[in-house]
Design a protein around this ligand. Sequence first.
Ligand SMILES: *[C@@H]1O[C@H](CO)[C@@H](O)[C@H](O)[C@H]1NC(C)=O
Ligand SMILES: *[C@@H]1O[C@H](CO)[C@@H](O)[C@H](O)[C@H]1NC(C)=O
Ligand SMILES: *[C@@H]1O[C@H](CO)[C@@H](O)[C@H](O)[C@H]1NC(C)=O
Ligand SMILES: *[C@@H]1O[C@H](CO)[C@@H](O)[C@H](O)[C@H]1NC(C)=O
Ligand SMILES: *[C@@H]1O[C@H](CO)[C@@H](O)[C@H](O)[C@H]1NC(C)=O
Ligand SMILES: *[C@@H]1O[C@H](CO)[C@@H](O)[C@H](O)[C@H]1NC(C)=O
Ligand SMILES: *[C@@H]1O[C@H](CO)[C@@H](O)[C@H](O)[C@H]1NC(C)=O
Ligand SMILES: *[C@@H]1O[C@H](CO)[C@@H](O)[C@H](O)[C@H]1NC(C)=O
Ligand SMILES: *[C@@H]1O[C@H](CO)[C@@H](O)[C@H](O)[C@H]1NC(C)=O
Length: 398
Amino acid sequence: MNLTKFIFAKCKGCAKIVLVLFFVGFLALIYQISDQTRDRGTQSYYSSFDKSYSNGYTPNSRNPLASKPIVRKKMGTKLSDVLPNESTVEGWDYNTSRDTSLYIQPENITTVLLPEKFCSSPHTLLIIICSSPGNFAIRNVIRDTWASTSNNSNFSIQHYFLLGQVSNITVQEQIEQEFLERNDVIQEYFVDSYNNLTIKSLMMLKLVKSHCLDTVKYVMKTDDDVYVNIALLTQYLRVNGTKNLLVGYLMRGATPVRDRKSKWNAPYYLYKGHKYPPYLSGTGYVMSIDIVPKLYEASFHTSIFYLEDVYITGMLSQTIKLKPRDHMGFTYRKRDFSPCTYLTAITTHRLNETEIKDLHSLIHKTDFRKCKKKPTPKSLFTGKGIRAKKCNSFFNFC
Ligand SMILES: *[C@@H]1O[C@H](CO)[C@@H](O)[C@H](O)[C@H]1NC(C)=O
Ligand SMILES: *[C@@H]1O[C@H](CO)[C@@H](O)[C@H](O)[C@H]1NC(C)=O
Ligand SMILES: *[C@@H]1O[C@H](CO)[C@@H](O)[C@H](O)[C@H]1NC(C)=O
Ligand SMILES: *[C@@H]1O[C@H](CO)[C@@H](O)[C@H](O)[C@H]1NC(C)=O
Ligand SMILES: *[C@@H]1O[C@H](CO)[C@@H](O)[C@H](O)[C@H]1NC(C)=O
Ligand SMILES: *[C@@H]1O[C@H](CO)[C@@H](O)[C@H](O)[C@H]1NC(C)=O
Ligand SMILES: *[C@@H]1O[C@H](CO)[C@@H](O)[C@H](O)[C@H]1NC(C)=O
Ligand SMILES: *[C@@H]1O[C@H](CO)[C@@H](O)[C@H](O)[C@H]1NC(C)=O
Ligand SMILES: *[C@@H]1O[C@H](CO)[C@@H](O)[C@H](O)[C@H]1NC(C)=O
C-alpha cells in the first residue's frame, strides 16, 4: 500500500502538515543554494546569471576580436624603488602587478551586462558615463535631463552608464532590473572602487574597440556628477571634429601629490617623475574613434597607474605621441549658476541630483540672446577663452 495514502487515511490533518513540511524543506533548499552562491563570491554568481539578459556574454569566454597575443613584460615595482616607510595606495601596494592585461584580460570577454543595441547602429557620439553602482537616483536624473536629447538632426547620440562589480547582492539585483528596464547600463568584470577607475576607463576602451569602430565617430568619457551641455558639444564637434582628437580640460605641469592622506596620493614607487605629462581632467573628455584602439593597445605597454585621467589621457597619449587639446568649455570645477556662463560651458562638475535638474531647467529657460556675448561665440570653436571662474558659493573645491 502506498505510504502517503496510508498516512492520509489514518489522519485527516496530515495532508496539511505534509504540505507545510514540504514547503519548509523547499525553502531550506533554496536558501542553501543561494547561500552557496553567495559564499562562492561574485564570480560564480555571474555564471549562474541568466545569459539571455547579458546578451550571451559571460566573463572569461574567449574574445574573438582580441588583438594578436600580447608580449608580456614583467610590470611590477622593483623593491629598490620603494622609499623607506613610504605610504601605499589601497589596492596598489608595492607588490601589486602593474601589468594592465591582468586586469583587462584582452583575450577574454569580461562584459557581464551589455545592451544588445550597444553600437549596433551608427551614431555620431557615444557617451560613456562612469557611474558608481549604487547611484541609481542620479542615473535617473541624468536620463531625464542632459542625456535625454538623443538626436540632434543628423548628429545622433547615445549614452551608456558603465559600472563594475558590487559585492552587495541586493544592489546587484537592482542593477539587473535597471539594465532590463532602461537598456543603457553596462557592467564590466572588475571590482568597482575609486582606486579601480583606471580599470573602468580601460574597459570602456575595450568595449568601444570591440563593438564600435565602424559605427561611432566620437566617444566621450564623463562621470555621473557632471552636467554635459550636449547642444554645445555637438556644435563644437560639427565644426572642429577631426581625426586624432583628444579634447577636454588640459592640466599642464601637474605635480604628483605625495601625501598619504590625499585621495590622489602618488607614492614614489607608483610614479617617479616630478611632473605628470599633460593630461585632461577625467570629468569629461572627448576622443575621435581612431585613437581608441591606439590608446587601448598602448595600455598593455604602459604600467597601469590608478589615477584614471593621468593614465588614459596623459601617459597613454604620451605613449602614442598624441597631444591632448585644451578647450575652455570643459572644467573639473563647479561653475556658478549665472545663466550666461552656459553660453560656452560644455561640462560642469560636482553636481548632485538636484543641481543637475536645476541646471537643466536654467539652461532651457535662458534666452542666450540676452547675454552680452553672442550665442555660439567664437571661443566655443577655438577653445580659447575665459576659464571657468571659481564659483562664489561655499562648496568645497568650488
Ligand atoms: C620612518 O621610519 C622611521 C624608523 O623606522 C621612523 O623613525 C620615522 O618616523 C618614520 N617616518 C615616517 C614619516 O613615518
Ligand atoms: C612585498 O614583497 C616583499 C618580498 O616578497 C615583502 O618583503 C614585502 O613585505 C611585500 N610587501 C607588501 C606590502 O606586501
Ligand atoms: C582568460 O580566461 C581564461 C579562462 O577563464 C583564464 O585562464 C585566463 O587567465 C584569462 N586571461 C587573462 C589574461 O586573465
Ligand atoms: C536617433 O538616430 C538613430 C540613428 O540615426 C536612430 O536609430 C534612432 O532611432 C534615433 N532616435 C530618436 C529618439 O529619434
Ligand atoms: C549633417 O548634414 C549636413 C547637411 O545636411 C552635412 O553638411 C553635415 O556634414 C552632416 N553632419 C554630420 C556629422 O554627418
Ligand atoms: C546592501 O544594499 C542594501 C540596499 O542599498 C542595503 O540596505 C543593505 O544594508 C546592503 N547590505 C550589505 C550587507 O551591505
Ligand atoms: C579593485 O579594487 C579592489 C579594492 O580596492 C581590489 O580588491 C581589486 O582587486 C581591484 N581590481 C579588480 C580587477 O577588481
Ligand atoms: C545638492 O547640493 C545642494 C547644495 O549643496 C544642497 O542644498 C542639496 O541638499 C543637495 N541635494 C541632494 C539631493 O543631495
Ligand atoms: C575650429 O574651427 C573654426 C572654424 O573653422 C576655426 O576657426 C578654429 O581655429 C578651429 N579650432 C581648432 C581648435 O581647430
